[in-house]
Design a protein around this ligand. Sequence first.
Ligand SMILES: NC(=O)c1ccc[n+]([C@@H]2O[C@H](COP(=O)([O-])OP(=O)(O)OC[C@H]3O[C@@H](n4cnc5c(N)ncnc54)[C@H](O)[C@@H]3O)[C@@H](O)[C@H]2O)c1
Length: 478
Amino acid sequence: MAENDNTRADFNEIAEQTAAFAEDAAEVAEDAAEEVAEVAEVAAETAVPEVAAKPTRRQKKKAKKQAKKDKKAAKKTAKKERKVRYKEEKIAAKQRKKAIKIAKKNGTYRKEDFEEPDGRIKVGIIGCGAIASDYHFAAFAAEKLRADVVGLCDTKAERAVAAKKKYFPDATVYTDYHQLFEDESITLIDICTPNYQHADMAVDALLSGRNVICEAPDAVNSEEAERMYAAARSSGMRLTVIRNDRFNENAEYLRDLIAKGELGDIYDVKCSWVNRRGIPGRGGWFTTKELSGGGALIDQGAHILDLAMWMMGDPKPVSVSAMTYNCFAATKVPNTSRKGARRGDPDPNGIDDVEDMAVGAVTFENGAVLQFEFSWASNIYRERRSIDLRGTRAGAKWLPARDDIFYETKKGKQKTRSVQKQTFRNGHAAHIHNVLDVLLGEEEVLPVYDIDEGSRLMNLVDAIYRSADRDGAEVSVV
Ligand SMILES: NC(=O)c1ccc[n+]([C@@H]2O[C@H](COP(=O)([O-])OP(=O)(O)OC[C@H]3O[C@@H](n4cnc5c(N)ncnc54)[C@H](O)[C@@H]3O)[C@@H](O)[C@H]2O)c1
């Protein structure tokens, strides 16, 4: 009789659970539909009109059909994934219940042993200086439903304490990053320390079974960076180095246009990131070659080189000729760039042995050439960031807030079309969002950073410095 009662109770429980899961599934579907409608509404409200050729009726119909097809496919995949998740959750809940029953029977039950994990990724942040305070903390705080920052580390404890106070009240503060690794719950490490620390910290984190987000540049040189890539490969953990500019919508737009062949073959590129007075943390780690790996080139230039090659469709650099200059180390010129002044910890008696300007040209396997100029300080009108791309069919200029496309109509008229995609997008937050998407497998999202691309960029940076050391002699990019 008691046996029958138990069976019935179990049966009722499962029936109740099934009904609850069905209810949850309906709710999730409803939420998803609402979200899609909301996103569409926001997109419609915020869309910036483009001066583009009007699509034909046939094109419109085709696009509509494709969108419908994509939507259906996405819905089907999401449904499948939800089904698997519900099944797993159901099994886990049953097992948990059984384990509680046994523990209670044995008198070993403790509530804390059976607290449900919240499913969020536990994060430890190393380095609570300028970049972490400007972008990473806010980005993780905005992701609090998916990521939980449980550890904050800085050798200057007061910086970690300030972050705890402002953003993550439950986090533990550390001054030695090795102690942070003792928290087994942490599965994602975010490295925001000076460049010379990146390789050691990333290797330690990866080999201890953590995924890693690391600030740019990857490391101080390609040899150090290769240690990171090798650790990622051997551990099977994910390494991503911040590529915030790749989330600039105008850059994304141009990249797509080039990929579709609208500019023809890109054979000439000119890129700049030049500051008038913006040497960061003068005398501190930023301006000490051993600690930073270099100056304007590795700090600013690496971002623009990466972006330009990404837009060009990842051609292989084969040789480079470059010069670097250090013209401002001896001067007391005030730093008028707000950003440059705030970064790093300046030291009036410290070292400044890195370039404040780098110029040069890279040639690619496909015959294209890229000229660059990067400066922390130079006597120009004002700061400028741009990439000019010339193709066999059309040309384009990327500016952070606008693209200009230079083309010819069928009748031979020369035209310029301007596209303003970017209102404001926080590239760091977008990159962190991408990492969480990938780690949680929530959407079919591709990781924005790839180790091979990191390696290609670091090899190019190394080659530029090698050429400059030889007074601009042409050197091969390995
Ligand atoms: N992606 C970008 O656009 C971008 C912009 C700025 C800086 N960065 C990069 O971010 C990194 C940090 O730059 P920043 O401007 O924040 O520098 P910063 O000097 O302001 O901050 C670095 C912090 O790391 C701490 N630190 C140093 N050694 C440590 C250690 N062993 N353990 C724990 N903490 C330690 C310092 O005390 C400091 O608070 C650099 O690699 C820099 O190149 C990237």
